[in-house]
Ligand binder design. Structure first.
Ligand SMILES: Cc1ncc(C[n+]2csc(CCO)c2C)c(N)n1
Length: 197
């Protein structure tokens, strides 16, 4: 099987869009994209979304940091996105697969404390037993730092943004160990007026 691998890890990616519910949306989007160190990932931003690709650890580090920097403005900010790994033909970011594993934004991200709500869905591709792959690989009870609940077509995670992204990362990683091509969609929202008493 050709899994387009390079070294020991495979190219992962995330395509995401920030939606700041604020008049300052341009500054919030561009500010978050600028403030985060994206030098270990391939990156492309257009009028619809941003795509980052490279080692899984850097893809999660950068996506999480961009959401945190937008949310720390205090404005109501949402992000929708799709993670993908093992997509046949996804080799364009090969050069980035040689980057060392240390995430570049972890220190700054650790300093930001931010609550959020998130819904995510896993899609193991090309498998008749896709439901088993989802149920067997994700032991959601492992995510001790986030509140896990079930929603139609998705699993809901509530807690600190860093813990939510850690749970997303773990779930995605455990499924991709067993299934070659996996996508995972997510929507995350912070500072929503719905949560203000
Ligand atoms: C992560 C992310 N990347 C791109 C866009 C698209 N976008 C909409 S407004 C704007 C700034 C002015 O051009 C940009 C880049 C987004 N919303 N979120």
């Amino acid at each position: 099987m050709s899994n387009k691998s390079c070294g020991t890890s495979r190219i992962a990616g995330c395509q995401f869009t920030l939606y700041p519910m604020s008049d300052k949306f341009v500054d919030i989007i561009l500010g978050a994209l600028e403030e985060v160190d994206t030098s270990k990932v391939w990156k492309d931003t257009d009028d619809v979304s941003t795509c980052v690709r490279g080692k899984m650890t850097h893809v999660f580090d950068v996506t999480k940091a961009i959401f945190l920097h937008a949310a720390k403005t205090g404005d109501h900010v949402a992000m929708n996105g799709t993670f993908s790994i093992g997509c046949p033909g996804d080799t364009e970011a090969d050069a980035y697969m040689d980057e060392a594993d240390e995430p570049l934004n972890e220190e700054k991200s650790q300093q930001i404390s931010q609550q959020a709500g998130c819904k995510f869905s896993l899609y193991p591709m090309g498998r008749e037993d896709y439901m088993d792959a989802i149920y067997k690989q994700i032991d959601l009870s492992k995510h001790r730092n986030v509140e896990v609940s079930h929603a139609h077509y998705a699993t809901r995670l509530d807690g600190d943004v860093k813990d939510i992204f850690q749970a997303l990362h773990q779930s995605f990683d455990s499924v991709q160990e067993k299934v070659s091509h996996v996508t995972m969609t997510f929507a995350i929202s912070a500072n929503s007026p719905s949560n203000q008493a």
